[in-house]
Design a protein around this ligand. Structure first.
Ligand SMILES: [Zn+2]
Length: 101
């Protein structure tokens, strides 16, 4: 068992765990029931944590987690030379559609 990350809340911890399990990783959420005792512990001791059961999957799990926390921004270069960011499928400069869209 190795710790992967601390989540800001249980909803996000569950979301991450579900996503990683979908990739076939053995992930568990720890401390999810300690919320009731929050008054007795420092706040950072009460946050849910993600743990990986198989140490060999640790690096892969961290990579997947990083992708979940920072989804890649869709950006592309238009033929006109503009760099289009923010998920737009059309160049704001010349109106050309995103290649492959
Ligand atoms: Zn363009």
């Amino acid at each position: 068992m190795r710790r992967l990350a601390q989540a800001p809340n249980l909803a996000i911890a569950t979301l991450w765990a579900d996503a990683l399990r979908a990739e076939g990783l053995d992930v568990t959420v720890q401390r999810e029931y300690l919320g009731a005792a929050a008054g007795e512990l420092p706040p950072d001791q009460c946050l849910p944590e993600l743990w990986i059961g198989d140490d060999a999957q640790h690096a892969l799990a961290l990579r997947l987690l990083a992708a979940l926390r920072h989804p890649p921004q869709r950006q592309w270069h238009c033929a006109c030379g503009e760099f289009v960011e923010g998920g737009f499928e059309q160049c704001w400069h010349c109106g050309a559609p995103m290649p492959g869209a």
